[in-house]
Design a protein around this ligand. Structure first.
Ligand code: SF4
Length: 532
């Protein structure tokens, strides 16, 4: 175990002062629900408050009119509840859109509220905006600037240039009033200016506020102080780090575009990042112009692809993970020695296709014990098996056991094919799943090792979900969850893990503990084409 890091929701984390004596509690017939339950919505105008009320569905949800403008908003006080999480607060109202892409009725969830001098970050915004989008609403997360007057057209470019996508007159003061509680801001763009522009875009904005109200309730239900149990090791393995570095160096040394056959590693974030820097991902080599540089992905390619690249005069840089290359070398050796090869793996996976291509005439893919039962070979005494590097250790062992029972003289690979990174991450997720109510696995859907981590957790009896980033977290998953286990597949960047923790900290204080089951020191050298 390593250190424990507490992270607080907005207010507590940012030194926002609690409301002072000069402020007065709002006179409200709705009252403030019990600490830690329900939802308190602060809406500046009566029209906004009524629109939200019409959309609320839970008896513990309340709406207060906060009044229009900073002066009234700064007088808002919410009953102090020092020993409790406090009722989550959502500021809901209309706003002026500052971004050309925003239309009347679009929702802006504040990642930060500012007046240009003071800023309060709201780290849970990404979760709420994504939930609104899942509900079919147009919603974006971004900075909201609070100003002292209705925004004039001439002011909009200046406010937008400072980073804001919407402007209002109350959010900063209301968020300050909710210091120490989970707090969010949802503003619906009226576009014609908040307040007086309510008739035109305002109608669309009020409709969106009503539709957003049940999502605000969902968000409030997900608010809680939580523990996050981080698996160690997690995230990038040595093969993925090497593959990404190869593309980066190829771009640096040869300039864009650098073509990459298939995804360099199975992760959306990594691929999109490299695309922005000039990498062009293609499915097949016929999409690469003759003579261009092409990188083979970490999953490896069959000899037929290498021949094709050579025939087309392409300049190849091979980012195949050395541990995948080891499996290819074993396939060639066993085939040379006259063995029938049983390759344990998943049909269609790029790594499996590459390995099958090394000895297509003597390799058979087996995915299950049933496949083993149906397997017939020319010589039962000359069978060997190999494995895909990213399989679930226990499931692959079951298939290997079935093979050994059928072919007692079967040869095994010289060393384990399931790689160290896969094995270590599966052991680490099993350790956190034992203590967590929910496990989140950062990784893409086509990442085999990430999918295996989800399955590993589920086999341990703990609900698990695969997410590309914080925006994929569904708020309902968190309802009633006090310990979240968090890991990342070998192709998922470490930054995603930090972003997920940050997003969770917008729902309540997060205490992070790392559970390290082993440490890794594996490193692979780079191919000569990209060595400096
Ligand atoms: S998961 Fe294993 S085989 Fe795949 S790239 Fe990483 S180290 Fe190599």
């Amino acid at each position: 175990m390593t250190e424990t890091i507490p992270m607080s929701p907005s207010g507590g984390a940012n030194g926002v002062p609690s409301h002072g004596a000069r402020k007065t509690a709002l006179d409200s017939r709705d009252g403030d629900p019990a600490a830690g339950t329900g939802l308190l919505v602060l809406a500046p105008m009566l029209l906004e408050a009524n629109a939200v009320r019409r959309g609320l569905t839970r008896p513990t949800s309340r709406v207060r009119r906060a009044g229009v403008g900073q002066s009234r908003a700064s007088k808002v006080a919410i009953a102090s509840q020092p020993d409790a999480l406090g009722t989550p607060v959502v500021v809901m109202g209309t706003a002026a859109g500052l971004d050309d892409d925003l239309s009347p009725g679009d929702l802006v969830v504040a990642t930060e509220v500012t007046d240009g001098r003071e800023s309060i970050p709201l780290p849970g915004a990404v979760l709420l905006a994504a939930e609104l989008r899942r509900a079919g609403l147009r919603a974006r997360a971004g900075q909201v600037v609070t100003v002292s007057h209705l925004v004039k057209s001439a002011e909009r470019p200046r406010l937008a240039a400072a980073g804001a996508i919407a402007a209002d007159m109350e959010s900063l003061a209301l968020v300050r009033a909710a210091a120490g509680r989970p707090v969010a801001v949802i503003r619906a763009v009226s576009d014609a200016g908040f307040g007086l522009g309510i008739v035109t875009g305002g109608l669309a904005a009020l409709k969106s506020l009503r539709q957003a109200a049940p999502i605000a309730e969902k968000w409030a239900a997900a608010c809680a102080d939580r523990s996050v149990l981080l698996a160690g090791p997690r995230s990038f393995c040595a093969g993925v780090e090497r593959a990404i570095e190869i593309v980066e160096r190829a771009l640096e040394l040869r300039g864009a575009p650098v073509y990459v056959r298939k995804q360099i590693v199975h992760n959306k974030r990594v691929v999109s990042d490299l695309e922005q820097r000039g990498a062009v991902f293609v499915d097949e080599l016929d999409e690469v112009p003759a003579g261009a540089t092409v990188v083979f992905s970490a999953h490896g390619v069959s000899p037929a692809v290498r021949t094709d690249a050579s025939d087309r005069g392409l300049s190849v840089i091979d980012a195949t993970c050395p541990l995948v290359s080891k499996v290819h070398a074993e396939a060639r050796r066993f085939a040379r020695e006259g063995y029938t090869l049983a390759l344990i793996g998943h049909a269609g996976h790029e790594e499996v296709e590459g390995t099958l291509g090394e000895a297509p005439g003597s390799t058979v893919l087996v995915q299950t014990a049933e496949d083993v039962a149906a397997l017939s070979v020319p010589d039962k005494s000359k069978v060997a098996y190999l494995m895909q590097t990213t399989l679930a250790v226990d499931e692959a062992t079951d298939v290997a056991t079935a093979l050994r029972e059928k072919f007692p003289q079967m040869r095994a690979p010289g060393s384990d094919d399931i790689c160290y990174a896969t094995t270590n991450r599966q052991a680490a997720v099993r350790a956190i799943a034992a203590e967590a109510d929910l496990v989140l696995v950062a990784g893409s859907k086509n990442s085999s090792n990430s999918v295996r981590l989800v399955e590993r957790s589920e086999r341990a009896g703990t609900e698990a979900h695969l997410i590309d980033g914080a925006e994929d977290i569904e708020l309902a998953w968190l309802d009633g969850v006090s310990t979240v286990g968090l890991t990342a597949g070998a192709s998922a960047p470490p930054a995603v893990v930090s972003e997920i923790i940050d997003a969770l900290s917008g729902l309540g204080t997060v205490t992070v503990t790392e559970k390290i089951t082993t440490t890794e020191s594996v490193q692979f050298g780079l191919p000569r084409e990209v060595r400096r």
